[in-house]
Design a protein around this ligand. Structure first.
Ligand code: FAQ
Length: 325
């Protein structure tokens, strides 16, 4: 700009940034923390990333419940590693939210006061060790189906976090399937435990993909911003198509009499999902909502001294640096 050129007005600058944002999205490139972004995009990203982070952290509880009762040292080591991975996923995701100006303390507060959501699936109880296998197979399987496309999500830090998360979720899914295979070649009682766990977790796993497209308020805008690459129903169908042959190989029955191959569509048809149940679970009325949130609150409060100690240590380091300078 030369001295004689008029300075751009605020509105001009805003339009320039907006065009840049839209170009980045149109070119399928990534929005980075340094970039200008519309406030609504920032809010949507923080909402989704926070809900995802909370899900990983609350998701440690149902399986964590079985660590002390794992049937062998090998199963215990696998389960411990898996649950620790979920903690790691939560931490990468909270860090991604921080790049958007989200504050981790604030997000945690919103979770434990019920103002932010986490995945409905973690509000169901884990009644036997077969549930550990079924969570790996179905819940991690659904998570992978949903999250692989998020590796191409338009927000850079989220998309990159998702790459590592998906690799780890793949291991989780495999360990679940391997556990179920072992149980299915065991005793009749073990086979019954697996079938019972599948009966309880099948429908809630389908609900993980969110409400149907015609009742999903966020999908259209999130697709336009390339935060989401597929709709809820598309991913749900992909999951069903992927899982039916796995169920056959395992020798379990999926609890849906309407499940059948539709040659015309090239997909499996499946029965009606109980959307009232999803609404009830999301709004706090699932079988374990209160217990999950209370346990998270207690862990947060018990950990206050660690946060205080870390902050005191950081202050001391800073003071030492200042004295030395
Ligand atoms: N549960 O308009 P939409 C895992 C909410 S991680 C609870 O369709 P959107 C790893 C939704 O937030 C599992 N809430 O929303 C693991 C929205 O809320 P609002 C978590 C749900 O965002 C495995 C409202 O309903 N994964 O499993 C659910 O476009 C094993 C309207 O819905 C992610 O978070 C639900 N099922 O699509 C850990 C992946 N569905 O607007 C341990 C990232 C919807 O009132 C063990 N997230 N809602 O605040 C996403 O892909 C999307 O956010 C969807 C929802 C697809 C979940």
């Amino acid at each position: 700009m030369t001295a004689t050129e008029p300075a751009p007005s605020e509105a001009d600058s805003e339009r320039h940034f907006e065009r840049y944002f839209e170009d980045v999205i149109a070119r399928d490139q990534r929005i980075e923390p340094r970039d200008w972004l519309p406030e609504a995009y920032r809010k949507t990203m923080i909402r989704q990333i926070a809900q995802h982070a909370h899900s990983e952290i609350i998701g440690m509880q149902p399986e964590g419940n079985w660590i002390t009762r794992a049937p062998s040292l090998r199963r215990k080591a696998i389960l411990l590693a898996k649950v620790q991975d979920e903690a790691g996923h939560g931490l990468y995701l909270y860090s991604a939210a921080e790049t958007l100006g989200g504050d981790r303390d604030d997000l945690t507060e919103k979770l434990i006061s019920g103002r932010q959501k986490y995945s409905s699936i973690f509000n169901y109880p884990t009644l036997s060790f077969a549930d550990v296998g079924v969570i790996g197979w179905l819940v991690d399987g659904a998570a992978i189906c949903n999250q692989v496309p998020l590796c191409r999500s338009s927000y850079g830090p989220y998309a990159r976090a998702m790459i590592r998360i998906c690799k780890e979720e793949s291991f989780h899914q495999r360990q679940g399937y391997e556990l179920l295979m072992t149980m299915m070649t065991g005793t009749e009682a073990q086979r019954e435990m697996v079938q019972d766990a599948v009966n309880r977790y099948w429908w809630p796993s389908l609900m993980m993909f969110g409400p149907p497209d015609d009742d999903s308020p966020n999908t259209a805008q999130s697709m336009a911003w390339k935060i989401k690459r597929h709709t809820n129903d598309e991913l749900r169908q992909r999951f069903v198509d992927m899982t039916v042959p796995q169920a056959e190989a395992l020798g379990v029955t999926l609890p849906d009499p309407d499940l059948s191959w539709n040659a015309d569509r090239g997909h499996y048809d499946f029965g009606a999902i109980d959307w009232d149940e999803l609404k009830q679970v999301i709004s706090g009325g699932g079988p374990c909502n209160t217990e999950r949130v209370e346990r998270r609150r207690a862990a947060h409060e018990d950990g206050a001294w660690v946060r205080e100690a870390a902050a005191a240590h950081a202050r001391k380091q800073q003071q030492r640096k200042e004295v030395a300078a």
